[in-house]
Design a protein around this ligand. Structure first.
Ligand SMILES: C[S@@+](CC[C@H](N)C(=O)[O-])C[C@H]1O[C@@H](n2cnc3c(N)ncnc32)[C@H](O)[C@@H]1O
Length: 368
């Protein structure tokens, strides 16, 4: 018999197995899954939903202990939440968590999500599987009401980021990018997959917030309706060339000899209005939420390519400047920002030749 423990996450009490994961992709230490490190992932759901108009129906389709469902029901006023999991054992935790927080707006549901979404549609649909969400995306789309929100996590970062290319081709029908752009690429393959599945239903998408963190990728997209919306969405998919010998990158709307990576989503990752409406107050990890919100808000979102100081340093053979110095120097010539993907990466609208010039003149070696 598994022992339980009550923890507080954000403003919500959670009964969870005492033997649970505290980092990494999470092991199934007990029969019912709970990972403390995913508190930040759940924080983001709460912040995002709190920034929208009240009255949203929510399906936490793979709820396990009901942690996310209970947090949303408790911390986002005006929500009506269904806490669903296929595992009958998770219902004991879901019920306990509803009771612990006195939630009248959260209902347990013990169904295969494919069945749940063939019966009901919701304004917000959350998929948080072990590994790849690919087998569940079609059902989630069926279960997402008109102009609803899809919130999808992928923890299979190894295939998406190019460490297992064959697996990525099988699951996502996409050729991943390796090296310094692997996480940007992985996140954009996930988004491309959602876009292509939506198009089959004459639906499109508009990203609200998309990020890479810890061991996973996560995206929130608002579904847009109709054939035109689907075509507009598909027009934002593209193929990439990334030559690690020269650092050259380019995008093409069609695959060719040079552009053999992808397809990727090449549109925005975020909606600035959504980000501006989100507040870290009361979150489990307020400091991290605040820091990430700041990074997401400042990130240049019109550029797909990421550059990294380590990449430039190994090509140019000069010591890297501090990231702040490099970004400030780039801003003298064009647009530039740090990215949330890595503390040493940045985005800019400048061409590679200018980036190299700026790097050379900003390197501490240049001043010696
Ligand atoms: C990674 S855990 C979810 C963690 C949870 N969202 C949290 O924040 O703690 C994945 C869950 O998906 C459930 N699951 C797997 N396949 C499912 C299906 N077809 N329908 C519903 N739930 C499913 C598993 O039982 C497991 O509890």
């Amino acid at each position: 018999m598994t022992k339980n423990v009550v923890v507080k996450e954000g403003g919500t009490l959670l009964s969870v197995p005492s033997e649970h994961s505290s980092g990494g992709p999470g092991k199934k230490n007990s029969e019912i899954f709970f990972n403390e490190q995913m508190a930040f992932n759940r924080d983001v759901s709460v912040m995002l939903l709190r920034s929208l108009s009240p009255g949203i129906t929510v399906a936490d389709a793979m709820t396990a202990t009901g942690a996310r469902a209970a947090r949303i029901a408790n911390e986002v006023p005006g929500t009506e939440v269904t806490a669903n999991d296929i595992n009958p054992g998770s219902m004991e935790y879901v019920r306990k968590n509803i009771e612990l927080n006195g939630l009248g707006n959260c209902t347990p549901s013990n169904k295969d999500l494919h069945i749940l979404f063939s019966e009901h549609a919701f304004g917000y649909v959350d998929l948080d599987p072990f590994g790849s969400p690919a087998p569940f995306i079609q059902s989630a789309i069926r279960g997402c009401s008109r102009k609803g929100i899809l919130a999808i996590t992928a923890t299979d970062t190894a295939p998406l980021a190019g460490a297992h290319s064959a697996k990525c081709r099988r699951r996502y029908q996409s050729e991943p990018v390796r090296g310094y752009m692997c996480h940007e690429g992985g996140l954009r393959i996930l988004m491309c997959t959602i876009a292509r599945e939506l198009a089959k239903f004459d639906r499109g998408m508009s990203p609200m917030l998309s990020f890479s963190a810890d061991h996973y990728y996560r995206t929130y997209v608002r579904v847009t309706e109709g054939a035109e919306a689907a075509d507009r969405t598909l027009s934002q998919l593209g193929y990439m060339r990334y030559d690690t010998r020269t650092m050259e990158r380019s995008i093409s709307s069609r695959p060719d000899e040079m552009h053999r990576l992808g397809p990727f989503w090449t549109g925005n990752l975020h909606d600035p209005e959504i980000l501006n409406g989100m507040s870290p107050e009361g979150m489990a990890d307020e400091r991290r939420c605040s820091k990430m919100l700041e990074l997401w808000r400042r990130e240049i979102d019109s550029e797909v390519f990421v550059y990294d100081l380590s990449e430039l340093s190994s090509h140019i053979k000069m010591s890297p400047p501090k990231i702040e110095i490099m970004v400030d120097a780039l801003c003298q010539h064009g647009k530039a920002s740090r990215t949330h993907m890595s503390p040493t990466s940045f985005k800019t609208d400048l061409p590679l030749s200018e980036i190299i010039d700026v790097y050379r003149s900003s390197s501490p070696d240049a001043r010696r």
